[in-house]
Design a protein. Structure first.
Length: 191
């Protein structure tokens, strides 16, 4: 197995185990076993478990961003941009349930809390299309003038719940129901 393949296998194993058992229920030895590598091999790629967890988050985010940006109508009305991003994100989550389960755990852990705070406050130097859209939407009085954290909760909190319920089999999302869900989220944030 090449170095790239070993790293990919470690990521895959960590994703599966953490999504299934949580951060604490997936020790490095278990990840190594699932990846088919020696326990010491993981430490050649990742200094410790914290580094593995945060790099896996970055890996997943790196997969999501191009998907949600594909066909993004940057010059269209706010509503169209919002609907595009929400729809693409929800579809990604339901098509990639392990990624969703990992992200949900990450964002609700000490790892994710700090990251989310820095991102919402703009302290991470990167393009964050959601924050950009919401800031301009507030400035142009297209979206409710509430703190960004509240806009995110109104816009994406329901998406997370619906994605979770779809993955658990409580609801089946088809194109129509996805569209109606995203429209309802838009109604929650628009002025």
């Amino acid at each position: 197995m090449s170095k790239v393949e070993k790293r990919d296998e470690i990521f895959r194993a960590a994703l599966e185990l953490i999504a299934e058992h949580g951060f604490h229920g997936a020790p490095m030895a278990m990840i190594a076993e699932r990846a088919g590598v020696g326990a010491g091999t993981i430490y050649r790629y990742f200094e410790n478990k914290d580094v593995l967890i945060t790099e896996l988050y970055s890996e997943i985010e790196g997969r999501i961003y191009p998907v949600i940006m594909e066909g993004y109508p940057e010059i269209k009305a706010f509503r169209e941009r919002f609907l595009h991003l929400g729809t693409a994100l929800l579809r990604y989550f339901i098509e990639n349930p392990l990624d969703f389960r990992y992200l949900e755990q990450f964002h609700n852990s000490p790892y994710g809390v700090e990251f989310r705070r820095d991102r919402l406050l703009g302290e991470i130097e990167e393009r964050f299309v959601f924050r950009e859209l919401f800031e301009v939407g507030i400035a142009q009085q297209v979206m409710k003038d509430v703190p960004l954290a509240i806009l995110f909760a109104l816009a994406f909190g329901p998406l997370l719940s619906v994605a979770r319920d779809h993955i658990l089999g409580f609801v089946t999302l088809d194109d129509d129901l996805i569209a109606r869900t995203i429209e309802a989220c838009w109604d929650a944030v628009r002025r």
